[in-house]
Design a protein around this ligand. Structure first.
Ligand code: NDP
Length: 515
């Protein structure tokens, strides 16, 4: 009942872009306004998907084999773009989790921990090459299962997935050089719990460094996006990775909880919400289990008056609308210096009206489907709170597909620091815009959040970049760009965004003990 109310309220809230006040957004003499109008429509350009083999049912991957769940229960995986059932996924219970952890322990003791680093590296290289070979198919599956656009899964997710395996393959036989004067030793069994926003990429972020460091793994994908992890399991079989080195248990939060609470787990790596991250912290307190958390964020993307405004607007777009805004480091709080506020707002309003929302498998789509009904409801509820608290919503007028879960690219003006939309992670294509006058005020506003994952700075002054960046409390700061990822570069946060780093040399540390 409550859900229905929220959705209809937000549908009503879809309105034309707010009018720009007289004089505010007037074009500068040397500025041109692009007219995208109806003349710029695109013909459909769907990625071929008829060759994709989605199995009717996916089993658990334990000890190198696919096996039915102990409970005999399965849940549906839905295509969020059309609400049709894609497949049934096995629901692992505590018994299955126990089998997976035992298999991982055996594999660690008998095979993996004793294997020379160069041999472990060979397996990782083989996995990376197989991922590259199957990248097209995996990208389509990722888009079908999670709703992300094919452009992003094909050009960003999959290349990064392979790059992570390649990168950590290179470290496998060089651990003593990575930590000179220390003796690195694997921890044992790593329990890895991942979210739905970058399913295969998060699996790669977790598995590649753990395996390179000599650990064995039990991976728990998110309930809504398990399919590509199970195709990865087939790749692991093809690469002849020894049995039990990687195990994949699918299921909901209960499965993750059983994994975290298992006595024989040495390390837990989690990416997801801050709320679950706190539960995990409590669960491991007083145990020997090591923990790293990569949680949410509410990143400030700061635009100074001297920034190249057109590039900055593109940075704002990729900062918040990339992957439907389902990005923990999304630039979801835009801080604009007052002098350029009208121009930035006008350009942003024009630009979002050119974004194409729709079929994730169409190569021209900019914004795909929201991952689940639950996430759509959460976005709608937060947008509603923004309206209730007096912020002004800007949304382009667009027709959304009838079936599926969709949300148009949107931004709020008139936001104050106390609004929920300025404090809480919306995790959708909704931006909160605020202004500032001085660099000091920008820094203060940017740091006024319980999170500390990422930030962006746009200015043409290098010295200003260094000055501002040194005062921002964020694990990753991009300057004159946004949402750029590389396996060699560490990623992680402070405060409620978690602790520990993934990527780069730093990403090996949580999986090693150094003596
Ligand atoms: P969760 O934190 O619930 O999910 C992340 C992973 O943890 C999933 O695999 C989930 O399983 C699992 N999980 C859930 N409960 C437990 C538990 N008690 N013990 C162990 N594992 C558990 O995120 P949601 O999917 O519920 O998303 C909610 C919000 O979290 C989003 O709106 C967004 O704001 C934020 N989020 C942040 C992410 C980030 O990258 N920082 C990623 C995803 C979400 P399952 O999903 O199968 O239930």
């Amino acid at each position: 009942m409550a859900r229905k109310k929220i959705r209809s309220a937000t549908t009503l809230a879809i309105r034309e872009a707010i009018p720009v006040r007289a004089g505010d957004g007037a074009l500068a003499p040397n500025e041109r306004k692009l007219n995208f109008g109806d003349r710029w429509s695109y013909a459909p350009a769907p990625e071929q998907s008829d060759y994709i083999r989605v199995r009717p049912r996916y089993q658990l991957f334990i000890d190198g084999k696919f096996r039915a769940p102990h409970s005999g229960r399965y849940f549906d995986s839905i295509n969020p773009a059309n609400e049709t059932k894609l497949a049934e996924i096995a629901q692992a219970d505590a018994h299955d989790v126990d089998l997976a952890v035992r298999a991982a322990r055996r594999a660690h003791r008998k095979v993996w921990s004793g294997l020379p680093g160069r041999e472990r590296g060979k397996f990782l290289y083989r996995i990376a090459r197989l991922l590259q070979e199957k990248a097209g198919e995996l990208a389509v599956l990722e888009s079908m299962d999670g709703g992300k656009t094919i452009r992003e899964s094909r050009d960003i997710d999959l290349p990064l997935v392979a790059a992570h395996f390649f990168y950590y393959a290179g470290w496998a036989d060089k651990l003593p050089y990575a930590f000179p004067g220390r003796v690195p030793c694997s921890l044992g069994v790593a329990a890895q719990i991942i979210p739905w926003n970058f399913p295969l990429l998060m699996a790669a972020w977790k598995l590649a460094p753990a395996l390179a460091a000599g650990n064995t793994c039990v991976l728990k994908p998110a309930e809504t996006t398990s399919i590509t992890a199970l195709h990865l399991a087939e790749i692991l079989q093809e690469a002849e990775l020894p049995e039990g080195v990687v195990n994949i248990v699918t299921g909901a939060g209960d499965t993750g909880q059983a994994l975290v609470e298992h006595d024989d787990v040495d390390k837990i790596a989690f990416t997801g919400s801050t709320a679950v991250g706190k539960l995990l912290t409590r669960a491991v307190a007083g145990t020997r289990k090591k923990l790293t958390l990569e949680l949410g964020g509410k990143a400030a993307n700061i635009i100074f008056e001297d920034a190249p405004i057109d590039q900055a607007v593109e940075g704002i777009i990729s900062g918040i609308y990339f992957n439907q805004g389902h990005v923990c480091c999304a630039g979801s709080r835009l801080l604009v210096q007052e002098g350029v506020f009208p121009a930035v707002i006008r350009k942003l309003r024009d630009r979002i009206s050119t974004l194409r929302v729709g079929d994730p498998l169409d190569k021209n789509t900019d914004i795909g489907a929201i991952n689940s009904r639950m996430q759509l409801d959460k976005i709608c509820e937060l947008v509603e709170s923004g309206l209730q608290q007096g912020a002004e919503l800007v949304q382009p007028r667009m027709r959304l597909p009838e079936k599926g879960y969709w949300y148009p690219p949107s931004f709020f003006t008139g936001v104050t620091a106390s609004h929920r939309i300025a404090q809480e992670e919306i995790f959708g294509p909704v931006l909160s815009v605020m202004t500032f006058r001085t660099p000091e005020e920008a820094i203060e506003r940017a740091n006024n959040t319980p999170y500390g994952l990422s930030a962006g700075v746009w200015t043409d002054k290098g010295s200003k970049i260094f000055k501002v960046v040194s005062k921002l409390r964020a694990g990753v700061v991009w300057a004159n760009t946004y949402n750029k990822f590389d396996p060699t570069s560490p990623f992680g946060g402070y405060r409620e965004s978690g602790f520990g780093r993934e990527g780069g040399l730093h990403g090996l540390l949580p999986y090693l003990s150094l003596s």
